[in-house]
Design a binder for this molecule. Structure first.
Ligand SMILES: [Ca+2]
Ligand SMILES: [Ca+2]
Length: 343
């Protein structure tokens, strides 16, 4: 392994080792066995597993079908992109997203990376091949979405992608490359679109922010959308004690989406959607947090929200310790994502 790659992944490896005693991801069930610890309490639907492959490779997916899905009405779909060293089952257990899906009747698709493509199971968000439509990992994830749409009645207007860390970086990429599929983005401790384009660059971006201009990357994202361009409502989260991914990245991600949405709304770079918060709300839900709201000045509608959570490390807020990279203390990120997405 190249040294730059090791530097990139070491924080994830160390963090994963410290949590192995709780529930090693490798010991989670590989089929529709919902009796495993962490899954039992939330299980009323069922898992469907499969693989999707195209010219860029093959990946597993795990689809959660809520018990109330009956195929009689179109239902929303949440696409959940795990972080490094995680898999679909682990991310499901940690976020408890399936319990919300059961209560609100939406499908949850968990694409899985796999160690054949990255030694630590990270989505390779930092390579150019994975930052464009019809190419690399985004094309595989999009293919999985199409596959689910062909087998289940999905409400095309209510498909959103949420990710953690490397999965959040890939969630931002999916919003830029497949806005025909993806209508909402939630990025927890992620990196903006094309925040890095090499493994070495990824390492420095994670530790201190991207060297690229978020405004330029916002325009790049808009250009990547092409004729499919649309305003992409975006929800961001970051903990103030995250020592794995610098919080600078989430501020850059907000600036990137502000510019993308400014352009996508009317084709004009005129600031009707910008990176200056229109409202700020502070609260406490176990942890204290501040939420920043960004509105379209032409319509008054909220386009983006950013949660900064005090004292939170590199973890999904309000999660279950049955999964890795979670913090049981609130705010409850999974419920906030489902609410923001309108599911
Ligand atoms: Ca505009
Ligand atoms: Ca602008």
């Amino acid at each position: 392994m190249k040294r730059s790659c090791l530097a990139l992944l070491l924080p994830f490896l160390l963090a994963a080792c410290s949590q192995q005693a709780q529930l090693p991801a490798a010991e989670l069930p590989s089929g529709p066995d919902t009796t495993a610890p962490g899954l039992r309490a939330q299980a009323t639907g069922y898992w469907v597993s499969g693989t999707y492959s195209n010219a860029y490779g093959a990946r597993y997916y795990r689809l959660w079908v809520p018990a109330s899905y009956d195929g009689a009405t179109a239902r929303p779909m949440m696409v959940m992109l795990h972080g490094c060293t995680q898999n679909g089952y682990d991310f499901a257990a940690g976020t408890r997203m399936n319990a919300i899906a059961d209560a609100r009747n939406f499908l949850v698709l968990y694409p899985e990376q796999g160690t054949a493509y990255n030694s630590y199971d990270c989505w390779n968000w930092f390579y150019d091949v994975n930052q464009h439509r019809g190419s690399g990992e985004p094309s595989i994830i999009a293919g999985m979405i199409s596959l689910v749409k062909s087998n289940y009645w999905v409400d095309n207007a209510r498909v959103g992608v949420a990710g953690l860390s490397a999965g959040a970086a890939m969630a931002n990429i999916m919003g830029c490359t497949y806005p025909d599929h993806i209508r909402r983005v939630a990025a927890f401790a992620g990196v903006m679109y094309r925040g890095a384009t090499t493994a070495t660059g990824a390492s420095s971006t994670m530790s201190s922010g991207s060297p690229y201009d978020p405004n330029e990357r916002g325009t790049s994202c808009y250009n990547e959308m092409g004729t499919r361009k649309r305003v992409m409502p975006t929800l961001l989260f970051h903990g103030t004690s995250d020592s794995t991914v610098s919080i600078t990245n989430t501020h850059q991600t907000g600036a990137q989406w502000a510019q993308t949405n400014d352009l996508a709304y009317d084709g004009l770079d005129d600031g009707d959607i910008d990176n200056t918060a229109d409202a700020r709300v502070s609260g406490t839900a176990c942890r204290s947090f501040t939420r920043y709201d960004y509105r379209n000045s032409a319509t008054g509608g909220t386009v983006m929200q950013k949660y900064i959570i005090s004292g939170l490390g590199h973890a999904w807020s309000g999660g279950s310790t049955a999964g890795t990279y979670t913090d049981p203390c609130g705010p409850d990120a999974s419920t906030l994502v489902a609410n923001f997405f309108g599911f």
